[in-house]
Design a protein around this ligand. Structure first.
Ligand code: AMP
Length: 621
């Protein structure tokens, strides 16, 4: 050893000193307070070891780490109550944390088990191993003036309108339709509809779509999300048609898939409304066709023959037409799935996968929904290229413009109670019921009482359904009674009141239903009948939704819940994690107690085929 090195000699001296101390039996002075602390720690350690080795009974464990023993020992050692309390509290907290960690681990495991492992891609793409890395490129750019502004301005605008964005290189939000560079005729069409300024989802969503970006749009119903995908597709189609007119059997260029026929019709009407204005301004004619069950295929074929720009469809009918080679997706470059979560929930997942296999090139994909539980978000991401996520309000949150009232009504008193509820607001009123028999019963009762009421459900044919919707839209009927078909994205202007004759089985449906009122910034009322026939889990979700939307919580809802709530609150505290269930989005429970997940797993376990499952789901519509 080099003794000239100072560090080496120092280290040598220290070791020597240490051994001297031991030999001398010299004890370093430790203050009394510190000694007491060490003692408590020692005692607690012993008691914990006892507990782990099964020395304490289950009952004792619940009361804390052998509290009585600890106190007894501490008394003997003359340790103050305050010191005992501090140490016991520390141990209890550590234990609570580990409880939460356990819960989190379990949740992660469950979520991984249900997460979609297969990517949402076409079979041929999968086979060829095609992976698209970059978004579609378009010629659109935001105005130079806005591009020159710094990102702080964009963030300020997003914060002001409560727009949350995720994704790489997100285009700036634009506060006027003129900035989005729409031609004057489109601005005129919007103005005629009373649409002067973009809504928050439009401010951020339209620039993203025009830029060619894939997108997940999450916004509450009535927020104007349809225009986010309708306006860009019209612009793209004009561009294409100008470059090279669509020929016989060519198209569609844009494909819009939705879960219900009514919603498809409504979207087609909106597209045609805007198209009327652009044609009047010497822009080329754009053709839109509807491919939904219940409508003659010949009508769609007639338009496809001329060359179709946009196709709005439900999955079943589209697959049928693709199968029979009536239509092809060779030139399709723009795909929209509205109410995407619902579509996948309803079991259309495999159909969507089949539709994907017909694409021949990269397309821009936009997914929209009012609710977007994590399971679906994961699934959706696999289909998108560097997506921009635009979220206006919490996914699954109810619109703040709806006053939500929940009333306890006995089963036998429900029909008659509707009459009392109708007094709350002027018409038009929407009444929802789960079963089609109930829809018929309510309609009959109302007609008997002199209320003009129309009804729609899956038991009626398409003609009857359309006639009922139109009569209600024209104002010929004051009330529309419906099963959930009518709740899926349908836009009935000016609904004053939504009555839920029964509480839907899952909270998402509730959000969709009450979203029929309070649209476009107007105030609405939603009344929901509940009673003891309802599942406690959905009532707990409802209670949390009411609290979140600052609504009155009736006494019978206040009483339900308890221990679980504490856990929820605790999870909110710890690191601000996602609240509620990551599978279905309900706020009243975690994924570990999700009734929908359980139902889904039971169905899978029972080996029920997808077709049976669909049939069961469709039975009530
Ligand atoms: P949606 O959420 O797309 O179903 O739209 C709901 C309703 O809001 C429709 O009647 C639209 O005409 C209307 N709407 C869409 N955008 C706006 C806007 N920027 N300002 C006011 N109303 C709008």
């Amino acid at each position: 050893m080099d003794s000239s090195s100072p560090s080496a000699s120092k280290r040598y001296r220290k070791e020597e000193n240490g051994s001297e101390e031991e030999e001398d039996g010299y004890d370093v002075y430790v203050p009394v307070k510190e000694r007491k602390k060490q003692k408590i720690k020692q005692i607690l350690k012993i008691s914990q070891e006892d507990e782990e080795s099964g020395g304490l009974s289950g009952q004792e464990k619940e009361g804390g780490p052998g509290e009585e023993d600890v106190q007894e020992l501490a008394r003997k050692n003359n340790i103050s109550l305050l010191d005992q309390h501090t140490e016991l509290k520390k141990i209890a907290e550590a234990r609570k944390e580990s409880e939460l960690e356990k819960q989190r681990r379990e949740e992660k495991r469950l979520l991984e088990a249900v997460a979609e492992k297969r990517a949402l891609m076409g079979v041929s793409e999968l086979a060829r191993g095609v992976q698209y890395e970059d978004p579609v490129v378009t010629a659109w750019r935001p105005p130079r003036r806005v591009l020159a502004m710094d990102s702080k301005r964009h963030n300020r605008v997003r914060a002001k309108y409560k727009i949350l964005v995720e994704g790489e290189d997100v285009p700036p939000p634009l506060k006027s339709f003129a900035d989005m560079k729409f031609p004057r005729c489109i601005l005129k069409a919007l103005q005629k509809k009373g649409i002067e300024k973009p809504s928050p989802i439009q401010m951020q969503g339209i620039p993203a779509a025009l830029k060619g970006r894939d997108m997940i749009g999450i916004a509450f119903t009535g927020s104007g999300k349809s225009m986010v995908f309708i306006l860009p597709i019209i612009m793209f189609c004009i561009e294409q048609e100008k470059k090279m007119p669509f020929m016989t059997n060519e198209g569609p260029y844009g494909l819009i898939i939705v879960p219900s026929r009514e919603l498809a019709k409504q979207i087609k009407d909106n597209i045609e409304y805007v198209c009327k204005f652009i044609e009047a301004d010497d822009f080329p004619e754009l053709r839109t066709c509807l491919a939904i069950g219940g409508e003659p295929v010949a009508t769609a074929l007639h338009i496809i023959k001329q060359g179709v720009h946009i196709m709005v469809c439900t999955p079943g009918r589209l697959i049928d037409m693709l199968d029979k080679k009536m239509v092809r997706l060779d030139v399709c470059r723009y795909l929209v799935m509205d109410e995407a979560d619902r579509m996948i929930d309803m079991g259309f997942e495999e159909d969507v996968r089949t539709i994907y296999s017909y694409f021949k090139a990269q397309r821009q994909t936009l997914l929209f929904s009012a609710t977007m539980p994590k399971k679906i978000q994961n699934f959706a991401r696999s289909a998108l290229v560097k997506p921009v996520t635009v979220n206006v309000g919490r996914a699954g949150a109810a619109s703040m413009c709806v006053v939500q009232e929940v009333e306890y009504v006995k089963q036998e008193a429900k029909v008659t109670h509707i009459l009392t509820c109708l007094d709350k607001t002027p018409p038009p009123v929407l009444i929802f019921a789960e079963k089609k028999q109930d829809v018929d019963l309510i309609q009959e009762y109302l007609l008997l009482k002199g209320v003009t009421a129309a009804a729609i459900h899956g038991g009626k044919d398409q003609e009857e359904r359309s006639a009922a919707v139109q009569a209600f839209q024209r104002g010929d009927k004051d009330v529309l009674v419906a099963t959930d078909v009518a709740s899926k994205g349908l836009d009935f202007p000016g609904i004053k009141h939504v009555i839920n004759y029964d509480m839907p089985d899952d909270i998402e449906n509730y959000v969709h239903r009450i979203g029929r009122t309070g649209r476009s910034g107007q105030q609405g009322v939603a009344t929901t009948f509940v009673n003891k026939a309802n599942d406690e889990s959905v009532l707990l979700d409802l209670k949390h939704l009411l609290i979140e939307a600052s609504q009155k919580v009736p006494p019978f809802l206040t009483m339900i819940g308890g221990g679980e709530e504490d856990l929820l609150a605790a999870l909110e505290d710890v690191g601000g994690e996602e609240r509620g269930c990551s599978y279905c989005g309900g706020l009243g429970h975690r994924i570990t107690a999700c009734p929908r997940l359980e139902a889904m797993q039971n169905k899978q376990a029972a080996g029920i085929g997808r077709k049976d499952y669909l049939a069961a789901n469709a039975a009530d519509y």
